[in-house]
Design a protein around this ligand. Structure first.
Ligand SMILES: Nc1ncnc2c1ncn2[C@@H]1O[C@H](COP(=O)(O)OP(=O)(O)O)[C@@H](O)[C@H]1O
Ligand SMILES: [Mg+2]
Length: 272
């Protein structure tokens, strides 16, 4: 359920890694996100998706423009508080573990935060339950499967009760089954906790389940609309499978609807 509260406000964001170079990696990006929305970010390699993700969690500093998370403007002073509201999961799960057990790992950020032991224990257990990894609490995280590692990484973020989770191609290393399981866990999380999800992805079937898609190209956002509008107007992007099927059916003379169809709509149409 998408509430009316704006959780992310990005205004005129500009960024360069190398200030000696003129070319901007991100140039004058603006967009906003409501609490509980699911946003997909798509675009070619090098278009600036990961840079945007790092800026949003305060790992990089903007050259110009502002990022406001839950009403607080991101800067050097506020970034530690803001990191409790917005967490980032990377592509490679191997690089995000510090602890020797799953439990330690999820607790790591909380320890830095001076949370009392008993409270911490409970928070960790709850976070692991949410990603269905509570039975692995005493295992060595390096021995888990890719999908399980990403779940633990997500639990580490959930421990802070964040408003937003950003996934930067976090499913790339996973097999289709773990990918689908993780996606359905995220859908549930959104329902249970009204968490906002920003998912950077190359998978158009995954982008199709978002409320909105941001299309990035060479450091700018060239499109910010519903999957329906994006796949209708943007011929550069491979359409999700049901839409490809719809186009093929239309070409071969079937009286399939002329407008974009989601998987559910396609199933309903095929079964009627
Ligand atoms: N650490 C870095 N130092 C310098 N340039 C970088 C760095 N990371 C990315 N870039 C450059 O910034 C641009 C955007 O990269 P990135 O945000 O990783 O794009 P995407 O995630 O969409 O593939 C690319 O031209 C890339 O080469
Ligand atoms: Mg990237």
């Amino acid at each position: 359920m998408v509430a009316d509260k704006t959780i992310i406000e990005v205004d005129n964001l500009t960024f360069r890694y190398d200030l000696r170079k003129k070319k901007q990696i991100l140039s004058a990006i603006s967009f906003s996100v409501k609490q509980g929305e699911w946003i997909a970010v798509v675009g070619d390699n090098g278009s600036g998706k990961s840079t945007l993700a790092r800026l949003l969690v305060g790992l990089l500093e903007p050259e110009n423009g502002t990022i406001t998370i839950d009403g607080i403007q991101l800067n050097e002073e506020t970034k530690w508080d803001i990191r409790k509201k917005i967490g980032l999961v990377f592509q490679n799960p191997e690089n995000q573990f510090i602890g020797t057990t799953v439990q330690d790992d999820v607790a790591f950020g909380l320890e830095n935060n001076n949370t009392p032991y008993n409270e911490m224990k409970q928070i960790v257990e709850e976070a692991l339950q949410l990603v269905e990894m509570d039975m692995y609490w005493d295992q060595d995280p390096s021995r888990l499967s890719g999908g399980q590692k990403q779940r633990v990484a997500i639990a580490g973020i959930l421990a802070f009760k964040p408003n937003v989770i950003i996934l930067d191609e976090a499913f790339v290393m996973l097999d289709p089954k773990s990918r689908n399981q993780l996606l359905s866990t995220l859908k549930q999380l959104r329902e249970k906790r009204n968490i906002t999800i920003i998912s950077v992805t190359h998978d158009m079937n995954e982008a199709a389940i978002a409320d909105r898609i941001l299309v990035m190209d060479d450091g700018t956002i060239i499109q910010d609309s519903t999957p329906e509008a994006v796949f209708k107007t943007n011929q550069q992007l491979a359409a999700p499978f049901p839409e490809q099927l719809r186009r093929k059916l239309a070409e071969s003379g079937s009286n399939v609807p002329q407008t974009y169809m989601t998987e559910d709509e396609m199933v309903r149409w095929l079964c009627k």
